[in-house]
Design a protein around this ligand. Structure first.
Ligand code: MG
Length: 382
């Protein structure tokens, strides 16, 4: 069995989300956006698919790197193919990113699952069939009735509890909100949510990512008093020493790294340096499920949890095959967005959540997305 083709379909769908000038997602008017579907095809007709932002699978990357490594190869040689792509990253002049590696790796896993008739999480070896989700809010904004005030966060947290969530993570205010960032406002939002949901709810904070050591320490101590469960990325993650210093000075678990690149190598250094209490990985942060498994097993070997960053089928798979991590990140959520709505390019919502707050692993063969190929083909960008 050999890989004979790698193709990309770019299509449009309707989105209610817009990006601000710093790249954060917020609610907006419905509008058309582009999305892409990468497909790997083999000589026996087998296929594997993965959705991607079009830029991550642009023709230059597919022709110069992905086809060079994959064409003519055994699609089950995932480790070798992944190593081949990772090797190209240095020579690519920073063009070939972990995000693109991840899309290719996920499509290879999807292909294996479809070919063998198994959901990917069972192919790897499942630990559980359903995962509790935490509601992960969008960043704060300046919209009336949105996430503009601590009271807005508190009101929305009450709704999330009613929806079934057993944990909530706040993303608070960042630029370009006119007065942000402000650690004192972060604490007010955290306190208002704690007051609204009571002492038993698991709460986490993912605040502005560029605080100084002194602001980060002050904020950490305040949410520690509020009984928060983890403290995420309050400083630039490329300063590992700052995180080692922060983790030493706080009792609340510091989680990371999320955005610092370097895949499993970076996670190993952070654990060794004492820069985190909970490790963090996500398929798109580290280059796919293949390296993601290394990250969660690395943390497990040190007796440490590894919580999964971000949603989607690939991250659900990591959640379902690990013992050392509890939560699935569901979002981003906002009072003006119906997250449960099914996007046009899917037949069902991949991370559908029940009234108890559990996301159930899809049982059809492959990665997990129930792809509406008819929709994709009917909305192709010419
Ligand atoms: Mg984060």
């Amino acid at each position: 069995m050999k890989i004979t083709d790698i193709s990309v379909r770019v299509f449009t769908h309707t989105s209610r989300e817009v990006k601000d000038s710093d790249g954060h997602t917020h609610p907006g008017e419905p509008h058309k956006v582009r999305h892409a579907l990468l497909t790997i095809t083999c000589d026996d007709g087998s296929q594997g698919h993965c959705f991607a932002a079009p830029d991550l699978v642009r023709p230059n990357l597919i022709d110069r790197f992905v086809k060079v490594v994959l064409l003519g190869q055994d699609p089950f040689a995932r480790e070798r193919l992944w190593q081949g792509l990772a090797h190209w990253q240095r020579g690519s002049g920073a063009m070939l990113t972990d995000r693109t590696l991840s899309i290719v790796d996920l499509a290879l896993w999807d292909l294996a699952g479809r070919k063998l008739g198994l959901p990917v999480y069972k192919l790897i070896g499942s630990y559980r069939d359903k995962v509790p989700a935490y509601g992960s809010t969008m960043c704060g904004d300046e919209m009336e009735g949105g996430l503009a005030t601590p009271e807005d966060y508190a009101r929305y947290a009450e709704w999330l509890v009613k929806r079934g969530y057993k944990a909530i993570k706040l993303h608070t205010w960042m630029k370009p909100v006119s007065w942000a960032p402000d650690p004192r406002m972060d604490v007010k939002a955290c306190a208002a949510v704690r007051e609204a949901v009571g002492p038993d709810m698991r709460l986490m904070l993912d605040a502005y990512h560029g605080y100084s050591r002194s602001d980060a320490l002050w904020l950490g101590r305040e949410i520690q008093k509020l009984g928060y469960y983890w403290y995420e990325e309050p400083m630039n993650e490329f300063s590992m020493s700052s995180y080692a210093w922060l983790a030493t000075n706080l009792d609340i678990p510091v989680i990371g790294p999320e955005t610092a690149d370097g895949k499993h190598h970076t996670r190993a250094e952070w654990i060794k340096a004492g820069a985190c209490d909970i490790s963090r990985t996500g398929v798109h942060d580290v280059g796919g499920i293949t390296p993601g498994l290394k990250c969660i097993h690395l943390a497990e070997s040190f007796g440490m949890d590894s919580e999964i960053h971000g949603g989607g089928a690939g991250n659900m798979v990591l959640c379902a095959v690990q013992k050392n991590g509890l939560w699935y990140e569901r979002g981003l959520l906002h009072p003006f967005i119906d997250y449960d709505e099914v996007p046009g390019y899917l037949n069902t919502r991949t991370d559908a959540m029940d009234a108890e707050g559990f996301v159930h692993m899809p049982q059809h063969p492959g990665l997990g997305d129930d792809i509406n190929f008819e929709y994709v083909n009917a909305n192709l960008v010419k």
